[in-house]
Design a protein around this ligand. Structure first.
Ligand SMILES: [Zn+2]
Ligand SMILES: [Zn+2]
Length: 158
């Protein structure tokens, strides 16, 4: 298992107590940058990158006891749970139990920002493939010239 490109994807939170693994063969269902107000508040960032997977393709390998989740049930995104490390406050993943792309599957949003291998994080298939919720963006999205589609609203996961 030396040099194949199907090595597991490893990563973790800011403090390192929580660690996760994505099997090397896993393929994201959707990737993107989300500019929406809710994600900006949750991550305290102007934009964040997410890669949605079937939730069976993501495993917490260490620090499960540090994880908590929060959902803001007053929004349309009540199905979205944001899981975070209680030791350092870093978001670790999102889970989503709503319909995804017309399929009724449980999905999980992983954050390439947390991958140990940051070259991998910006490579296929993990690199963001679109900008979502551009209508809410804090940024002037007309100044973003990375060639990716700019959706006024969400993709399938948000
Ligand atoms: Zn942590
Ligand atoms: Zn969002």
């Amino acid at each position: 298992m030396a040099t194949d490109h199907t090595q597991d994807v490893l990563g973790g939170c800011y403090c390192g107590e929580v660690r996760f693994r994505i099997p090397g063969q896993a393929q994201p269902l959707q990737t993107g940058y989300c500019h929406c107000v809710a994600c900006r508040q949750a991550h305290a960032a102007p934009v964040y990158a997410v890669a949605w997977l079937p939730d069976t393709d993501f495993e917490i390998t260490q620090g499960q006891e540090f994880l908590k989740w929060y959902t803001r049930s007053d929004t349309l995104r009540a199905y979205l749970r944001r899981h975070f490390c209680t030791n350092c406050g870093s978001k670790v993943f999102n889970s989503y139990n709503g319909p995804f792309g017309g399929q009724q599957i449980s999905t999980l949003g992983a954050f390439p920002t947390l991958f140990d291998d940051q070259v991998l994080a910006r490579s296929e298939p993990w690199a963001p493939s679109m900008h979502m919720h551009c209508a809410e963006s804090l940024m002037d999205v007309s100044l973003i010239n990375d060639g990716l589609p700019k959706l006024p609203k969400g993709g399938d996961g948000g």
